[in-house]
Ligand binder design. Structure first.
Ligand code: SIN
Length: 293
């Protein structure tokens, strides 16, 4: 059905001009491409401030033309906090460096990381503040893009009564859903993490409200009957799936690093390149506080 009316959520006023680099928005709401800054070198105070400001405003920053060692990748991530270790490392499913999640897909892959809408590791009590994926190999066939969705805009687009109701709820986020259900890994002793978070949270820096449930990890809404929980989650997941205005699309090149704000976005890695190969490494940064409203 066509909408037939102007959007009630107008284009936000976001900064497009920075002294430290050239920024080109991917869409008016979310995502920007950044050129003219070398992340392999230590950033000056002015560069770091500009990166922080642009990150806060655009939520997804795609840095082009980078050539990073693993240590340089980690050093850039450490500017934003302590490095996170993915729960799948606890079961030794993912390489030898606990601070790096390899994202490798080829003709032998049974799955690729993140092939469905999700926020990273919301099964943790304090999920990562952000993740940085550095891609060094893109599929010869083309494809392998990643979609990112603005979850503050997703919240803003709901009706006021629905917003008010959702603000009263919490949801369970269960690591077994992706890591066992989809990826078929054996859980570590004690199982993968499972935690409850508010359905609507507030961004600690911008104060914007965020719809905080995702199809990757959210098992149910606490306190509702199973059928009510399923119907409401399905409605919210359909809202995300069926609203293109929420998205930007990152087209990777070898040497692209994308840094996303994991508190206010979801992403979906598109596996449209089978049997070709794609490779990147993801480093995530710990959040400072549990998600809250
Ligand atoms: C992920 O972190 O979910 C993977 C993203 C991607 O491969 O583009």
């Amino acid at each position: 059905m066509f909408r037939g009316a102007p959007p009630e959520t107008p284009v936000p006023d976001r900064r497009r001009s920075f002294d430290s680099f050239e920024l080109t928005p991917l869409t008016p709401h979310i995502g920007a491409e950044v050129r003219g800054i070398d992340l392999a070198k230590p950033l000056s105070d002015a560069q770091e401030k500009d990166v922080r400001d642009a990150f806060r405003e655009w939520m997804v920053l795609t840095f082009r033309d980078q050539q990073l060692t693993r240590d340089q990748h980690k050093a850039f991530a450490r500017l934003f906090g302590r490095l996170h270790s993915h729960p799948m490392h606890a079961g030794k499913h993912h390489g030898d460096d606990d601070e790096v999640l390899p994202v490798r897909t080829n003709a032998d892959s049974k799955w690729t990381s993140g092939d469905g809408w999700h926020t990273d590791v919301t099964c943790d009590a304090i999920p990562p503040l952000g993740s940085m994926l550095y891609v060094t190999e893109t599929p010869e066939s083309g494809g392998g893009d990643t979609l990112f969705a603005d979850m503050s805009l997703a919240y803003d687009m709901l009706s006021e009564p629905m917003q008010a109701f959702l603000e009263t709820l919490t949801a369970m986020h269960d690591g077994a859903i992706p890591y066992v259900g989809a990826y078929k890994t054996t859980p570590p002793e004690g199982g993968y993490p499972k935690n409850e978070h508010p359905v609507v949270i507030r961004h600690p820096d911008t104060g914007r409200k965020i719809l905080y449930v995702n199809a990757g990890f959210t098992s149910h809404l606490v306190g509702l009957a199973p059928a009510e929980s399923r119907a409401l989650l399905d409605m919210l997941f359909r809202h995300i799936d069926s609203t293109p205005r929420l998205y930007c699309r990152v087209e990777w090149e070898p040497g692209t690093l994308t840094f996303w704000d994991n508190r206010c976005t979801q992403h979906h890695a598109v596996w449209d390149y089978y049997p070709y190969s794609r490779y990147g490494e993801r480093v995530s940064v710990f959040g400072d506080e549990a998600p809250s409203l």
